[in-house]
Design a protein around this ligand. Structure first.
Ligand code: FES
Length: 91
């Protein structure tokens, strides 16, 4: 996933680290973080660090259950640069 945050491009893994939901399918950006729509796992966009793991605020016990099924991971981050008007990602 590529995000333009205040004119700076960030490239991250495309799938949520929890259960691989595509973050481009409803992921929400707020305060420099991306939140997965499925169980609301949140990662920082700039360094990929984990902020919150499957809290599922609608029913937290369910969030704790599904959160325990997968080990916590940071989001993968890839280097970017802009060349001749194109965003390039080092993978
Ligand atoms: S798949 Fe993204 S939080 Fe569960």
């Amino acid at each position: 996933m590529i995000v333009n945050m205040k004119g700076h491009f960030h490239a991250t893994d495309g799938l949520c680290k929890h259960m691989k939901w595509p973050l481009s399918w409803g992921g929400k950006l707020k305060d420099g973080c991306v939140t997965c729509p499925l169980h609301q796992t949140t990662h920082c966009i700039s360094d990929g660090s984990l902020v919150e793991w499957a809290p599922f605020p609608l029913f937290p016990p369910y969030g704790r259950l599904v959160g325990s099924m997968v080990s916590k991971k940071d989001l993968g981050i890839f280097e970017t640069r802009v060349e001749d008007g194109f965003v390039q990602v080092l993978i």
